[in-house]
Ligand binder design. Sequence first.
Ligand SMILES: C[S@@+](CC[C@H](N)C(=O)[O-])C[C@H]1O[C@@H](n2cnc3c(N)ncnc32)[C@H](O)[C@@H]1O
Length: 307
Amino acid sequence: MLGEVLVESEKRPVEPPAFARTGIRVLASLPTGQTPGQTPEQLAEVLAARTVEAVPTGSLVLQAFTPDSPAGNRLADEADALLEAVRTRLPASRLLEETWRAREAGATLVELCVAPGVVTVGSVPAKEALSLSPGGRQRMRRSGDSPSRAAMKLEEALVNLPFEPGRGEVCVDLGAAPGGWTQRLVARGARVIAVDPAKLMPELARQPRVEHVQESAFAYTPEEPADWLFCDMAWRPLEVAQLLAKWGRRGWATHLVANIKLPMKDKNPILVRVRHILTQEGGWQGLTMRQLYHDRDEVTVTAHRGI
Ligand SMILES: C[S@@+](CC[C@H](N)C(=O)[O-])C[C@H]1O[C@@H](n2cnc3c(N)ncnc32)[C@H](O)[C@@H]1O
């Protein structure tokens, strides 16, 4: 353990842990406030030197975060100050400011984790990073016209995908009501078949690009294959996984984004079974399974078939 809510392992896990916000290769872990006479500037000097030593070439995106705990949150100002101090000690020509370009630019994400009593600097190629936000805390602006917090979960899931639903694509949204996800998809120009026995918000029900199928997703059969299958159904995880596996087996959709509800205490055994059902029984590939920043007792799964 590097500290509260920080976990260290010898080897990189084969699958990224579903409940990890972020993951970095530790370059250095230094105690703070214990070395007599050590100034913040000296600490920044060491952190910058270790970074350049470990990542000698290519562009860098430098970020700082604190553990998501009350003690961690109190260190936010300290983290900001250290970030600035390290930034000024790195070659300006190597710093990439537009974080959103980090993946396509082949940049390395360098994260400073400022925890009580210890600062850790670590790196990860942006292409392999679980999230491009500091510490995986992806803050989404709540858009004024969005009907539910759920919309932010969808946006967060889409930020991390190499493809996104676009103009003219057909999306099926299982468990769509009141319509946060459907609304975001329509705003991207997609056509949405919203499946939910519950009502959609009235402005969506009037939208020509939305078809509301007011029945259970377990009874619904699509008339034609969809580009995207979305699912945010509040239902038992294994039964939802079986339903998504059926969509995979029958080739009813190419891309999958699903939020799996996990109200039980012991979540991991269920996740193992969900993964097995989706990949082995459903043939879904490239599966990612993560608790996003906006997720509560739930994880978001993304996958695709035959692309
Ligand atoms: C968390 S809400 C979905 C929120 C939605 N994604 C949004 O952005 O507004 C869960 C939905 O699952 C629906 N649901 C539960 N069982 C269902 C089933 N068998 N078929 C379709 N929808 C179902 C509920 O009616 C509820 O509207």
